[in-house]
Structure formats: C-alpha cells, structure tokens
Design a binder for this molecule. Structure first.
Ligand code: IVH
Length: 688
C-alpha cells in the first residue's frame, strides 16, 4: 500500500516536471512566433507538444494552472463584465492632420520643455481597441478595457485566450517586475476579418463593418470560447507602471525593448532625431500602410525622453508629449467605364459609376454611387472620364473629382433616361426634388427592392430570404408581392436553383416565425416613403391597429408627434392603392398577426424593455436622436437625468455632470463603442 502511494507520488512528480518543460517549450515558441516573428518549430511539432500537455493535465487535473497555455481555449461564461477603476486615467491622443500641425506640436513641446531639439518615436496607430493588462509577480492578473478612461471592464478571461498575450512574463537579465501594468491594442488582422465575415455571411449572421468592430465584438463576448475562436492579436506600446528590482527605462525605445524582453509583441517603431525626420517617416508609411497585415489609421508620434514627456504633462484628455497623425483617405485614379441607373424601392433612379476595378483603402472597388443627376452635373462626371476615387469614412466608395486634363474627346455626358431602365415607364422629376423617379408602382425593379426591404432585418426579418432568392422567386413567377411570400410551399422553394430540401424547410420556418412580428415592423416593412423605423413605431403606438392606420386621414396622422404633412400624405396614398389592398388581404389570409389586428402596439419587448438610459456628452458616430431611436427600438426609454433607476449612462466626449452622478450611484457606464455593441447585438445587457 505504502509502495503504491509513493509510486503515485513519483508519477505525479514526473508529470509535473514534464508539464513544466512542455509549458516552457510552448511559451518559447509563442515568444519566437509572436514577438520575434521568427518561429523555429513547425505547426505539427507545436501541436504535438500541446496535445501531450493536454493529456498530462487531463490525467492530473490538480496540476492545471490558469496560466497554462491549455487554458487559452476559454473558460466560464459570465453574465456581465465587472467594472474596475483604472490605477490612473487612461488618456487618448490629440490628432494632427497635416505637416504644419505636426510642426506646431513640436514647436509647442520645445517651448514648454525648453529643449532646443526633441527626438521622437514614431509607431503605427493600430485601429483596434485599447487594453490594459496588470501582471502580479510575473503572472497575468487582470485585463481591462479602456472604458470611459477612469474605469474599464474586466475582460481577463477573454484576454487570456489571445495567443500573443503572455500569461507569464519572461525573465530579464536584470530582474523581474513584481508589478507591471501595460497598455496595448487588440485587433483582428485584415485577412482574418475577411474570413470571419465570409463565415458569418454563410451562416446568415450580421456582418461586422470593419476589423475594429469585429475585434471589439470579439473581445466583449460573454463566452470566452467565442473570443478564443476569433484570431485576435495584440501589440503593446506603453508601460504604465513597473515596480520591482529592475531598472526603470527612461525613454520610449527602451520601454519598447523592455516590453519585448518581457514577452510582449510591440509595433514596428522608428527613432527620429527631428520633426523633419518624423514627417518623412510618416509619409513613407502613408504609402506602404496597406502592406501591414492589420489596419492602421495613422501614426503615433511620441517624445522619446520620458523625463521630458512627464514635464510636458497632459491636457484633460491627452498627453502633450504625444500626438496621432491621422492619414487622409487614400485617393486613387480610375476610369468611369459606364454610368448605369439603378431603380430603388420607391422608384428613385440612382446613377452608378461602373469603374475600372482599383484597390483603394485595402479593397477592390468597381462601382460608386453618384447619388443623383445634379451631382453628376456639378462634378461634370462623363462616361470615359478619369476620376479620383476615395472611400468616405474609409468605407463607402466616392468619386471625388474628375481629371479634365485627361479627356480625349471620346467622353460622353450622362443624362437620366426618359424611361425607366427596368420597365420603360415614364421617369419624372418633381419640382422640389433632386431625385428622378419611375412612376410605375408595378415596376419589376421596384417590386424586387420592395420585397428585399419587406424581408430585411428591421422589417419582417425573414432570415435566409435575401436578394438572390427573392430574385429567383420573382423570376420563377412564384411571388408577385409580399403577400405571396406567405403562400409559398416548401416543395416550390426546394426546386429553385441552389436550394435544397433543408434550406427550403429553414426558409418556410423563418417565414412562419415572421407572422408574429409586431405592427410597427409590418408598417415599416411596407416601405412607405418617409416611414422609417421610428415613424412606424410612433404611428403604431398611436393608432394601434392596421385598420386604424389604413383608415386614418392626413389630419389624423399629423396629430401624431413628429409626423409631418409629407409623411401623412404618403401613408394615405399608400393605402389607397388597389395593389396594396390585395396584398393586405393576402397577409390576413395567411394569418400575419399584425394584419389581423391580433397584434396591437405594446411597449416592444426588446433587450432593453423596462430599462431607462441616459445620454451625456457628444457621440462621435451618431446624433442624440439616432441614439434615442436605437434605445427605443430595443424597447428602452431615454431620460434626461440619472437616478438610481437608471439602467446605464451612455457617455460621449466631454460628458457633463451626469457622469459624476452615475458614478456616485454606481450606475453602469457605457462608452459609445459599448453602446454600439449593444445596439448591434454584439453584447447583451445582463445586469451586474
Ligand atoms: S499611445 C495617451 N500608441 O489610439 C495615449 N496609442 O487616441 C497613449 N493606438 O486610444 C496611446 N496604436 O487605443 C498609442 N502605437 C500606438 C497606438 C495607439 C493605436 C490607439 C489607442 C488610443 C488611440 C489614440
């Protein structure tokens, strides 16, 4: 018996030794891979070590520690992120948009510090999310988001899953920090972002607008396993605090080198001896920025000497020793091969420039909306012209200007056609409008766009019923209007190109589910002019049933707050049409609840139902009105003052005293980013 126990002890001891060695080898590989970018082990060898470690830990679960690399796969699901105060404010950076502004920044820094010349470090400005990590006795103890700069959310379990985040610090020849706090950026490499979105598209999930949003959505996941499945990366650029028996670096480059020695991947950096050198470095990066595997939106310039940086201090939001140079949108030349006309759901004709494909801000662009005929005239864009193209907000392709000197005489002016390109009906332009419209409400192009709108997410939300399927349903004559969707049979759908029994079954199910959408969704789905999500809600809340809305007069409608004469007229005209009456009959027969009057308006049961939110400060990506709409769409209410009953305070820049009040009362604080995540369903609203 005693022998068996000591044999077991011996086995455990041996396992512990092997486990330690495996972890050391794996950490060494991670370091070479993520920090030095110089791996020496093949993936197969690495996997073998990893599997052996997993096997030993399965045999001896008592030997598993949180900093074992096997623990990166993601632990417990949590219901909310704990808010943790930062040890000192997490600042952001002031921006510069021109060389002059960089020179002014340098001049001011020299004046205040009294230095004749300053040297700087220049690094890419990674377009991701700030992350603050704390290490205690060499081990990762806490990972926080920036939050509002004063406190952040505890995302430790998620941070742990990121391969490039060291779980244990490496020793330096000069000693080890007892306490270390670093700041860096979490991001999703461009290629991985593309792949992630492709997968999401295939699975019918909403797409992320850009890598930054994808990274934010991935890091703020309640289930760390989801985070672990996303190939997030991190780079570190700042030591916020370091304590222990080792020399404290006194310049930026020494900080970056120390970070590397400790096991952190750092961005490429350049040490520049003057502001002139800084400007040259930035301009060469501006050219080559797309060669980096991740998105950058500028370059960060930092005073090299930390002593001087400290003396310069900070304004409320940003240090005077650092500045972000923001790249202007990249502009490229291309040729307008043709200008075609697209017909929207309300009959509006939009000219679209068909371009010779070019890469701009990292993706291939072959078409750009020219909005309307007046704009084409104003910019004098002709077919055959060479033009300058950019992406507005780095996302939407836009023709900035024409290069008239490149004309050959072969160019052709564009004119709106007299007849609709889809149905040939007359095209009219109302006196007070910039838009041209096709007047035929049975125009096939309009019908298709209306159907796409009817099924879309904010409308009847029929998952899986996208533009391509709608197109083939129309072509095969299976549907003519939205009412027909509800009499589709599984066997008909299954016969469509690219559809099988399973996808047909799923489609029928999502059509069925959509029958119980509330009245305001149905009203919005009709795609009546001027009736957006919010107006549809207001009207439904007041009139309570489809019959009442159908029978309402213009005056009756205008009595509703925010409904103006044009909207009222559009609604009345809409319900007068015979085709609309027929469509509504079909909806009734099919049992669409809102059409039957089963569904009256109730405060929408959404993720924010019964919750009151307050807004403060300026939001950068939306107006107050839009923010309010988002909240109400999710079932919440907006109030102007913070109380104990406030569910959350949404904080923009330059927040007012509401922020102090919220802190006092312990009310949850959401940054604009976090609010957007909520709005787009990338995070949930479980209470602390
Ligand atoms: S230094 C005091 N360096 O850009 C600010 N920031 O507003 C210290 N960022 O919130 C930041 N790359 O999230 C610094 N190489 C870099 C950066 C970087 C990206 C982000 C950071 C910050 C924002 C600037």
């Amino acid at each position: 018996m005693g022998d068996a126990v000591s044999r077991d002890k011996g086995a455990k001891h041996k396992a512990a030794e092997e486990i330690a060695e495996l972890r050391r080898q794996i950490a060494e590989h991670d370091y070479r891979y993520y920090v030095l970018d110089d791996p020496v082990m093949s993936d197969a060898e690495y996997d073998k070590l990893f599997r052996r470690l997993q096997q030993l830990e399965a045999e001896f679960p008592e030997l598993v520690t949180p900093d074992s690399p096997t623990q990166r796969v993601g632990g417990q699901v949590s219901s909310a992120f704990r808010s943790v105060p930062h040890t000192r404010p997490v600042l952001s950076l002031a921006n510069a948009f021109s060389d002059q502004e960089l020179r002014a920044f340098d001049r001011r820094a020299r004046e205040i510090s009294g230095a004749a010349e300053l040297d700087y470090v220049v690094e890419p400005k990674i377009d991701g999310l700030s992350i603050i990590l704390r290490y205690e006795n060499g081990r990762l103890a806490l990972g926080l988001t920036r939050g509002d700069g004063l406190s952040g959310e505890d995302v430790t379990s998620n941070v742990r899953t990121i391969g490039s985040v060291p779980l244990v610090l490496r020793d330096t020849p000069e000693g080890a920090p007892e306490y270390l706090e670093v700041r860096g950026e979490v991001f999703l490499p461009k290629e991985d972002f593309k792949q992630l979105n492709e997968e999401r598209e295939q699975n019918g999930l909403p797409l992320f607008a850009n890598p930054r949003n994808a990274a934010a959505g991935s890091l703020r996941q309640m289930d760390p396993k989801v985070t672990a499945s996303r190939p997030l990366r991190a780079l570190f650029y700042e030591i916020r605090d370091i304590r222990g028996a080792l020399p404290v670096p006194d310049d930026e480059t020494a900080c970056l080198e120390l970070l590397k020695t400790l096991g952190f991947p750092v961005p490429v950096y350049h040490h520049c001896k003057s502001i002139g050198e800084v400007i040259d470095t930035i301009s060469s990066w501006q050219e080559s920025r797309h060669t980096l595997p991740y998105d950058i939106d500028g370059m960060v310039v930092k005073v090299q000497k930390l002593g001087i940086a400290r003396a310069l201090g900070a304004t409320g939001h940003s240090p005077r020793s650092q500045i972000a140079f923001k790249f202007p949108s990249e502009q490229v030349e291309t040729k307008v091969k043709d200008i075609i006309v697209q017909v929207g759901r309300t009959g509006v004709l939009t000219p679209i420039a068909m371009l010779e494909p070019v890469v701009v801000s990292g993706s291939v662009v072959s078409r750009a909306s020219l909005h309307n005929e007046d704009l084409v005239r104003e910019k004098d864009i002709r077919i055959g012209d060479t033009v300058i193209l950019q992406k507005a907000g780095d996302i939407i392709p836009e023709v900035v200007a024409v290069l008239p000197e490149r004309r050959t005489g072969e160019e052709r002016e564009f004119a709106m056609p007299d007849g609709c390109p889809s149905c040939g009906s007359p095209v009219v332009r109302l006196p007070d409008e910039v838009a041209h419209r096709c007047v035929n409400i049975s125009c096939p192009a309009q019908i298709k766009e209306r159907l796409i709108h009817f099924c879309s997410r904010d409308a009847m939300d029929m998952r899986g019923l996208g533009p391509a399927i709608i197109e083939s349903l129309l072509q095969s004559g299976l549907i003519k209007d939205a009412g027909d969707i509800y009499s589709l049979r599984q066997e008909d759908i299954a016969k469509l190109p690219g559809m099988g029994a399973k996808s047909a079954r799923n489609l029928i199910r999502s059509i069925e589910v959509s029958k119980s959408r509330p009245l305001h969704k149905l009203l919005y789905a009709f795609g009546i002019r001027h009736v957006g999500v919010r107006t549809a809600e207001l009207i439904s809340r007041h009139l309570q049933s489809l019959d009442e809305i159908r029978d309402a007069t213009e005056e009756g409608l205008m009595a509703i707050e925010e409904v103006g004469p044009e909207t009222a007229k559009a609604v009345v005209m809409f319900f007068r049409q015979d085709s609309v009456k027929q469509m509504i009959d079909k909806l009734r027969k099919a049992g669409v609840e809102a059409a039957l009057g089963v569904q009256t308006y109730e405060d929408q049961a959404g993720p924010l139902s019964g919750k009151t939110l307050v807004l403060t400060g300026t939001l950068s990506g939306m107006t107050r009105h839009e923010a309010t709409e988002h909240i109400e769409r999710l079932g919440g209410k907006v109030s102007s003052s913070v109380s104990r009953n406030t569910f959350a305070l949404v904080v923009g820049s330059s927040p007012g005293s509401k922020l102090d009040r919220a802190r006092e009362l312990g009310v949850r604080i959401l940054t604009e980013e976090e609010f957007l995540d909520l709005v787009h369903g990338r995070s949930s609203v479980d209470e602390d």
